[in-house]
Design a protein around this ligand. Sequence first.
Ligand code: FMN
Length: 302
Amino acid sequence: MNLKVKIGNLELKNPVLVASGTFGYGIESADFLDLNQLGGIITKSLSLKPRKGNPPKRIAETPAGMLNAIGLANIGVEKFIEEKLPLLTKLNTKIIVNIAASSVEEYVECVRILDKEEIDAFEINVSCPNVKEGGLEFGRSLSKVGEITGKVVASTNKPVIIKLTPNVTFISEFAKVAKEEGATAVSAINTFVGMAVNVFTRKPKLSHITGGLSGPAIRPLALAKVFEIVQNVDIPVIGIGGITNSEDALEFLITGAKAVQIGTHNFVDPSAPIKIIKGIEDYLRNFNFKDVNEVIGSLQLS
Ligand SMILES: Cc1cc2nc3c(=O)[nH]c(=O)nc-3n(C[C@H](O)[C@H](O)[C@H](O)COP(=O)(O)O)c2cc1C
C-alpha cells in the first residue's frame, strides 16, 4: 500500500505533518511518538532574531478549541541552527522550517541563512503582524503575499509553501498569487481571529485582546477554505484546521488536500499524528485502495 505523496519535488512518506507552533521545534515530543514515522515536521515559526512574544495571558480555552496570542515567541534562526537542527537532521522524516518576519527583507534573510542547511522545505507564515506597516497582517494583502513569495522563491531552490490566513474574503485569490509567484504549495489555514471575555473581571481573556482560534471548532471552516482553493487554483494544498483523527484527515484529503497538518490536537494527544497515519492506512485497506493518491481529490459532488 502506498502512502507516499508528492508536493512539487518534496516527497513525503505519508501525508501527515505536524503544524507549526504546536510541536515545538520538533524534538521536544520524541518521548511521546516515533518522529521518524511522521510525513514531516514543521517547526515553530522562526524569525531572524529571538522574540519574546506577547505577555501572558496568551492562551484561553474555548468550547471546541483554543485561542492563542503567543506572538511568535521563538529562539531565532541562529540558535535554531546551533541547538535544534543537529537533532532534527538525524531524523528520517522531512524537516520543514516555518518562517515569520516583520518585513520582506527579514523573510529573505532568514531563508538565505537557512538555505545552506539540511532542511527540506520552507513554510512561510504570512499571517503575522507587519510591524513596518502599522500592525497589519501581510497575509491580508495580495500584493504583499505576492512580493514575499516572489522574493523568497528567488532566494532558495528548496520548495516554498505559503501558509495562508483564513481572515480574508476569498482565500483562493491568495493561493493564486502564491502560485503565480512560484510557490510550490500553500498551507491552509492559519488561525481565525477570535476573542473571549472574562465576565467576572469584564476583561478580555487574552492580554492581546484578540487571538487565533484553532481546534475542532474551525474544522468545517478550514475544509471550506481548502475546497475553495482546490476548486479554483491548480496548486498543491496542505490542509490544516481542527484535525483530531483519521476521519477528519480524510475529509481534507478527499476534498483535495495533498497532505494535512495536525495542530491543536497535539496538545490533547501528542501521539495522535501516528494514530492518524494508521487510521488512514486502515481506511485504504478497508475500501480497497492501493494508494492514498487514489483518495486525494476523490470528492463526489454529484
Ligand atoms: C499555540 C499555537 C501556536 C501556534 N503558532 C504558530 C506559529 O508559530 N506559526 C504558524 O505558522 N502557525 C502557528 N499556529 C497555527 C497552527 O499551525 C495551525 O495553523 C492552526 O492552529 C490550525 O490548526 P489546528 O486547528 O489543527 O490547530 C499556532 C497554533 C497554536 C494553537
